[in-house]
Ligand binder design. Structure first.
Ligand SMILES: CC(C)(COP(=O)(O)OP(=O)(O)OC[C@H]1O[C@@H](n2cnc3c(N)ncnc32)[C@H](O)[C@@H]1OP(=O)(O)O)[C@@H](O)C(=O)NCCC(=O)NCCS
Length: 231
């Protein structure tokens, strides 16, 4: 099967079909924002949806990214390939295309993604295997940030997801000023502040958030590397 990758930066188009058939089935409900929230991000001019369509025009995979202008951080919010198509290179192609498009558009930038830690149990076959997923990103050059990371709660603090990792998929050298394996805390702090506020509706004051920001602010930057070796 041949696929072509198309990008849309406005709501409408393939969004409803992609959301319902590709993205929503691939994630536990607490790890994916609503279709209307994705549409709002696109409406605001901050979203990018790359869709892999087959020869009949049916979506087989998608990558959705959101731009955080103040910190110059692009977040790969969701990447998914339909279960029947996994393991044939389409996810890798989508990731590479997304990184190329976003680097070109937002340079200089940092591209991040959040994934379940490989320590997490496999919740459901449809959501994929956390270990293999980490392998997928590491093969694409992503590095794990040494942070006590949690996914901000979509809709409130009580919906946070623990046991997540934050990955740097791409980091412009201006974000690693001291050493290539140390990410500057400044853009990360700005990004996490905006992200937590947008997701949870209020600035956090709890210990988990304090620990996260303390780790972000540590001297010399945030270590990043392969999982289990970045500390
Ligand atoms: C992760 C994912 C996008 C990869 O897409 P893909 O087209 O299968 O990937 P490719 O064929 O380009 O690369 C193969 C690699 O993908 C990963 N992969 C393949 N099937 C997978 C699955 N069921 N679960 C997790 N990772 C998988 C493996 O690392 C695999 O390499 P391996 O065969 O050496 O183990 C896809 O498996 C998926 O949609 N998973 C569910 C949703 C998800 O986890 N998204 C990522 C978080 S944003």
């Amino acid at each position: 099967m041949k696929y072509r990758i198309v990008e849309q930066t406005r709501p409408g188009g393939l969004l409803a079909q992609v959301y319902r058939e590709v993205l929503a089935p691939a994630f536990p409900p607490e790890e994916i924002e609503s279709e209307s929230s994705v549409a709002e991000t696109l409406e605001a001019g901050l979203g990018s949806l790359l869709v892999a369509v087959d020869e009949s025009g049916k979506p087989a995979g998608a990558a959705f990214g959101r731009w955080w202008e103040a910190s110059r951080v692009q977040m790969l919010v969701n990447l998914a390939v339909g279960p029947g198509t996994r393991g044939h290179g389409l996810g890798g192609r989508l990731l590479q295309d997304a990184v190329d498009v976003w680097r070109e558009r937002y340079d200089p930038c940092l591209i991040v993604a959040e994934i379940e830690s490989p320590d997490a149990r496999m919740v459901h076959e449809a959501y994929g295997d956390p270990r293999r997923r980490l392998g997928f990103y590491e093969s694409a050059g992503a590095r794990v940030l040494d942070l006590p990371y949690f996914q901000p709660g979509i809709g409130g603090v009580s919906r946070r997801v623990n046991g997540m990792l934050l990955l740097a998929i791409h980091a412009d050298p201006s974000f690693t000023p001291d050493r290539p394996d140390r990410l500057s805390g400044k853009p990360l702090r700005s990004f996490m502040t905006d992200y937590l506020l947008a997701a949870e509706g209020q600035a956090p004051s709890d210990w988990d958030a304090k620990a996260l920001f303390k780790a972000i602010d540590r001297e010399g930057g945030v270590p990043m590397g392969r999982w289990g070796t970045s500390a």
